[in-house]
Design a protein around this ligand. Sequence first.
Ligand SMILES: O=C(COP(=O)(O)O)[C@H](O)[C@H](O)COP(=O)(O)O
Length: 342
Amino acid sequence: MTTTADTDLSESVEETAEAIATMETRGAATIADAAAVALAEQARAVDAADPEEFRATMRAAGRRLYDTRPTAVSLPNSLRYVLGRMEGDTVGQLRSSVTTAAADFSRRLETAQDELGRIGANRLRDGDTIMTHCHSTDALSCVRAAVEQGKEISAIVKETRPRRQGHITATELRKMGVPVVLIVDSAARRYLDETDHVLVGADAIAADGSVINKIGTSGLAVNARERGVPIMVAAQTIKLHPDTLTGHTVEIEMREEEEVISADERAELGDLTVENPAFDVTPPRYLDAIVTESGQFPPESVVTLMRELFGESATRPWEEPESTDGAGEAAEPRVDERTEPR
Ligand SMILES: O=C(COP(=O)(O)O)[C@H](O)[C@H](O)COP(=O)(O)O
């Protein structure tokens, strides 16, 4: 394993960061796992003269990964888990603490997904038609478990513009033997009449129970509530956003206009602005349940679980030790008002 000359960061960290930024690696759980693996490879690759240099390089690797995509909190939670367990008096001890923590994180991720799948499957009945949005491995875990329980499930899969992650979902569901009807996003309300359960994942869950997920989730949830169709969010606890306990907002990623429109189409349309927000915020009142590996929760009570897991403040071990922020400031949890659906 080599390290890049300029930054001392391993190729693995650079490649993982690039893959996350370009969405070659995407989806909150997959991003979190990739970050943990990259940190372990960085720990193995770093040729540090002393423990302080090792720690500084690992912090830099954490920062590089952290800066890739702002919304999925599983990424900082993964960095927090691995770098928060970095300990020892020698480079060897530090290295081994990081690689052990990273392996532990990946294992927990897999177990958590299986556990939440079994819990989520209990909400689905034999013969149910689900509607999905985007591609969520947590949501698919619920369908997989339901199918394994012998339930017949069929799916209406939203295409999910602009990146069409619905195609990945459709492919995965077909592998499970689930019949799929693929629809464009704007057809969702029409097909809610044929839907028994809406099932989505999450990139982040705020302390007030708001769910941040792929753009279009909030509109789907509002329509589902109006039609009386229950909506479940499948999300491991690494999707809980501890900063929202102390009043911080969740940043919504704005992506390039090229994902929405080709350069030729853009030129034809002339002088206008194209905006491409990647995520939106669904307020808790439109959601029926958040299903985690620790059980299912009404959205408003997820704050209890968040406090249990993270305390009142979250550390930022990828920053210099003296620059941790916000510790102990109790404030009303909220999400960025700019991100509320209108
Ligand atoms: O919104 C997305 C992915 O957005 P993008 O394609 O922009 O990354 C998914 O619903 C969540 O990340 C949950 O996925 P998972 O359950 O796999 O963590």
